[in-house]
Design a protein. Structure first.
Length: 178
């Protein structure tokens, strides 16, 4: 009984196995030929993803506010000589923001200034309108990556009780869609 059962199972397994068949077309005469159709299928390659890599080099962003000066009293004219308006100043390049694009896409860097709470009378503006349009870094050397810079200028008055370095605002660099 076990042998019959084993034979039946073996036949069932053989009937489910697939067999690859090759069709042959014989050539029966001299100079005869045969041919086969060649088929192809296109499969798109993986698209390269956009990779954003942007370096930002910040100046110290430390400014000095010098209040207006009436100048020196002149008793002969009953007026002041050498009056000076209030000014903001900083060390060389302390107000500079440089953006370097190492991305495989063009980028637009938008710079903005927001005053800290309590310093709303101080405004910030940027050279070139604060917009840096940078080409992609594709096919460039690392050291020659596209870059651009802008400088921050401040206007407004700083209170006389701000005698130590105090956070008065924030500069933000944002990558925006082109």
């Amino acid at each position: 009984m076990k042998k019959i059962f084993a034979i039946i199972i073996s036949l069932a397994l053989l009937s489910t196995a697939s067999v690859t068949a090759f069709a042959a077309s014989p050539i029966t005469a001299k100079d005869g030929s045969d041919s086969a159709v060649v088929k192809g299928t296109y499969v798109a390659g993986d698209a390269s993803a956009t990779v954003y890599s942007v370096d930002i080099a910040w100046g110290s962003m430390e400014f000095t506010y010098t209040d207006a000066s009436k100048g020196t009293w002149n008793p002969d004219t009953h007026g002041y000589d050498g009056a000076k308006a209030a000014t903001w100043s900083c060390a060389t390049d302390a107000n500079k923001i440089e953006v370097t694009n190492h991305s495989n896409a063009n980028v637009t860097a938008q710079l903005s200034y927001a005053p800290e709470s309590g310093y709303n009378g101080i405004s910030g503006s940027f050279s070139d309108g604060g917009t840096l349009n940078l080409n992609s870094a594709v096919d460039t050397r690392y050291s020659a990556a596209p870059s651009g810079s802008a400088t921050l200028s401040l206007t407004g008055d700083l209170a006389s009780d701000t005698s130590v370095k105090t956070k008065i605002g924030v500069v933000t660099v944002t990558l925006v869609n082109e």
